[in-house]
Ligand binder design. Structure first.
Ligand SMILES: Nc1ncnc2c1ncn2[C@@H]1O[C@H](COP(=O)(O)OP(=O)(O)O)[C@@H](O)[C@H]1O
Ligand SMILES: [Mg+2]
Length: 302
């Protein structure tokens, strides 16, 4: 059986990782890696990345869910990047994760490949943010790197725009701005694994809010997607370079835009809403990737 490890800071407090662990148990040897146990060694004689004293190559694939804030996040990510660069499987790929963590890079890459996106300005300067705000009736401003709806604000009143934007820039350094999309306070969350759409749900903002994040109390309902939206979601994940993702599509006047591609999506609510087994699909995809890697190796050895 192949060896798969789930990388997360605390498996007992992480629903999705525990679900992966369980889903993989009868199809692979699954273990848990605490990112604090990642270690690097380098000399003129050898270079080595170890996990819990084992050479990292002992694993056939790592599924990266969460780094551990008790240690150094940059170091943990750097080591996993290197580990992947020398030919090992990391899911999601560190390249894709880096793109998807940046709201601007995601928008930039998607638009370069012709996917419909909401215009976005990324800036560290208040004057540019104010110029942008003055060109729209209503805007949304958010941190360039954050999730769960935190720091995402809606500005409709020009008089209060300056104060709100100063506060956001001072706190986050870099922010992104977009026109507010009149989507009736709802959007679609599409779960993609590999080249397949596992399912989709419509998300509705909680009472008194306009952001649809489940974390903020948003509600959800299962929906069936047409082929065009399925293709859009799969393409978005491929462009960002992820193996699986939660893609958010927002609609105004019957036109859909890719709002976000989440590289570390949670799926507890999605699973409850759609009945789909996301962890099972992710483990199956990981096993396909491992098999593919080893079968390619047979053909390339001379
Ligand atoms: N330009 C926008 N127009 C309308 N609603 C938006 C816009 N941007 C974000 N939202 C709402 O705010 C929520 C959170 O924004 P998002 O960009 O997804 O950040 P996060 O990474 O924190 O989830 C979205 O799910 C959506 O409901
Ligand atoms: Mg979001």
């Amino acid at each position: 059986m192949y060896k798969i490890a789930i990388v997360t800071s605390n498996i007992s407090r992480d629903y999705d990782s525990a679900d992966l662990f369980e889903s993989g148990a009868d199809r692979a040897v699954v273990s848990w890696i605490n990112p604090l146990d990642l270690c690097g060694f380098s000399s003129n004689q050898k270079n080595l990345i170890t996990i819990d004293n084992l050479a990292a190559q002992e694993y056939d694939a790592l599924i990266l869910r969460r780094l551990n804030k008790e240690g150094d996040l940059d170091f943990q990510f750097e080591l996993l990047q290197r580990y992947e660069a020398i030919g090992n499987i990391v899911i999601n790929s560190t390249y894709g994760l880096q793109i998807s963590e940046s709201k601007f890079l995601t928008n930039f890459n998607l638009s370069r490949f012709g996917l419909p996106v909401v215009p976005m300005l990324a800036t560290q300067r208040l004057s540019l943010a104010l110029d942008f705000a003055s060109s729209y009736q209503e805007i949304v401003a958010k941190p360039a790197y954050a999730d769960l709806g935190s720091g995402v604000i809606r500005i409709s009143n020009k008089a209060s725009a300056k104060k709100a934007l100063i506060k956001l820039i001072n706190h986050y350094g870099c922010i992104v701005l977009q026109p507010y999309i009149k989507s009736n306070k709802e959007d679609l969350r599409v779960f993609v694994v590999g080249d397949n759409v596992v399912g989709a749900m419509k998300r509705f903002a909680a009472k008194g809010d306009w952001r649809t994040n489940i974390f903020l109390g948003g509600r959800s309902k299962q929906v069936q997607l047409n082929q065009q939206l399925r293709d859009l979601a799969v393409k978005a994940v491929q462009i960002v370079g992820l193996d699986y993702a939660g893609v958010d599509l927002i609609c105004e006047n019957e036109k859909y835009y890719v709002l976000e591609v989440n590289g570390s999506p949670s799926w507890q609510q999605f699973q409850k809403t759609t009945g789909k087994n996301v962890a099972w699909e992710i483990i199956s995809m990981a096993l396909r990737k491992i098999r593919h890697k080893y079968s390619c190796r047979i053909f390339t050895v001379s």
